[in-house]
Design a protein around this ligand. Structure first.
Ligand code: ARG
Length: 463
């Protein structure tokens, strides 16, 4: 634009062009160019509808439709000259269309506004990302299932307070994350179903006097129906907030798994070995294998959570309908979506190359008196003690083992009987970690048979 004194799109009533700072704070083209494909898709649907309803001539609509495809190919080829003075993707596309096809381009914006345009484009973009995140979650769940299947009966310590609690299986622990990521997937699917209504045709906020067909554009863009209230259609960004909320919860699940991998891969634990391809060395300490990928997945949670907080804050005080504040929705969602996709993919890749150390897991499972609960339960079942008394007796046996520096199965039977005469040698059967996990057959419990049933259920669902 040679003449910068007036904006070609809305300059009619302006005597002077914007200050450079105004342009800097106002322009969104630096980031909303990511909506180019969605913008052009929605504009083509709009032009086709304007022709079908007789608002636009078929020849103008055809020229617009063709011209928009040319603009799209120019953008995709990377040669498109985005112009900051044209503010955003919508006006950049339209201005280029005018260069390409001349006068008919000026008729595209009939019966719409940038308000319903951006709401439509952004919904399309968030919908695509939601679907991509669902697919990425399913790939991650499959990686977890592969780990679970291999180690369905590998015994490891289960922790509470990061203190050894009871023996569990590796498969059971992996399947806990399958359940978490499955709920993330469900949250995204719910959000997708709710967001799939079309704002296009709401125009600035009040609808339009032109005889448009909103069902037609909604259908053409893959929406279930047009949004029923034009003010709501241009005002709300709850679909973006739902995406960010679901993304934030998923990021927290990723972060907890990442944290466990950091702990488990340490020299103190040695539960797992993460492959060379997902670890780094140190420039000074030759022995190091640092779990950087896991650490960064953990750390990037902050960006996703931050994006959610930022957009909630943008939206909280806005009067209806559109305010320019809402332009701030995009960078947050773009960054959160990119970060989530990277985290999900990196976690999947890392898990596929992480080898649990079966022997180290089992050895650790026997430490920390992890079968104390089994002992107490045995005293209830075999010796008829009330659970509270059994708990007390077991506590004394643990103290005895601690004093002798041995594990529970190493206590001499005579010393155990001195604590309680009802204890018989059969007790040793429940003190081993394998028997312990095998006995926990309640629904959802850690018994390998139960874990395998859950693995089979999820494999069927994800097939
Ligand atoms: N770039 C704007 C945004 O992202 C487009 C909508 C502009 N609407 C307006 N009334 N100025 O929100």
């Amino acid at each position: 634009m040679a003449d910068r004194t007036q904006n070609a799109m809305w300059g009619g009533r302006f005597a002077a062009g914007p200050d450079a700072l105004m342009e800097a704070i106002n322009a969104s083209i630096g980031f909303d160019r990511r909506l180019a494909a969605q913008d052009i898709r929605a504009s083509r649907a709009h032009a086709a509808m304007l022709a079908a309803t007789g608002i636009l001539s078929d020849s103008d609509a055809a020229a617009i439709g063709e011209g928009l495809l040319t603009v799209l190919s120019e953008i995709e080829a990377g040669g498109f000259a985005f112009r900051t003075e044209l503010e955003d993707i919508h006006m950049n596309v339209e201005a280029r269309l005018a260069e390409l096809i001349g006068a008919p381009a000026g008729r595209l914006h009939t019966a719409r506004s940038r308000n319903d345009q951006v709401a439509t484009d952004f919904r399309l973009w968030v919908r695509e990302q939601t679907e991509a995140a669902i697919a990425a979650l399913e790939r991650l769940m499959r990686a977890l299932l592969a780990q679970a299947e291999e180690g369905a009966d590998w015994v490891m310590p289960g922790f509470t307070h990061l203190q050894v609690a009871q023996p569990v299986t590796w498969g059971h622990h992996m399947m806990a994350y399958v359940e978490m990521f499955a709920r993330d997937r469900g949250r995204l699917a719910d959000a997708r179903a709710r967001m799939n209504e079309c704002p296009l045709g709401a125009a600035a906020l009040a609808g339009t006097a032109f005889p448009i067909d909103r069902e037609m554009t909604a259908r053409a863009l893959g929406f279930d129906r047009p949004m029923a209230n034009s003010i709501d259609a241009v005002s709300d960004r709850d679909f973006a907030l739902e995406f960010l909320s679901a993304a934030a919860i998923s990021a927290i699940h990723l972060s907890r798994l990442a944290e466990e991998l950091v702990i488990w891969s340490s020299a103190q634990f040695r539960f797992v070995r993460i492959s060379d391809r997902f670890t780094t060395g140190s420039s000074i300490m030759p022995q190091k294998r640092n779990p950087d990928a896991a650490e960064l997945i953990r750390a990037k949670t902050g960006r996703i959570l931050g994006a959610a907080v930022a957009l909630f804050t943008v939206m909280k005080g806005l009067p209806l309908a559109y305010s320019k504040d809402m332009q701030e929705d995009k960078e947050q969602v773009f960054d959160a979506a990119d970060t989530l996709m990277l985290g999900l993919a990196a976690m999947e890749g890392m898990l596929r190359e992480t080898r649990p150390d079966r022997d180290a897991l089992e050895a650790a499972a026997a430490q920390g008196f992890s079968t104390a609960t089994d002992l107490a339960d045995w005293l209830v079942r075999a010796a008829g003690l009330p659970f509270r008394e059994a708990h007390h007796v077991t506590g004394r046996l643990v103290a005895l083992a601690e004093a002798r520096g041995c594990d529970l199965p190493d206590l001499p039977i005579a010393e155990m009987q001195a604590v309680h005469p009802a204890i018989s040698p059969e007790v040793f059967a429940v003190l081993g970690v394998r028997n312990s996990v095998a006995s926990r057959t309640s629904y959802g419990g850690t018994a390998p048979a139960e874990v395998r049933a859950q693995i089979a259920r999820w494999k069927e669902i994800l097939r």
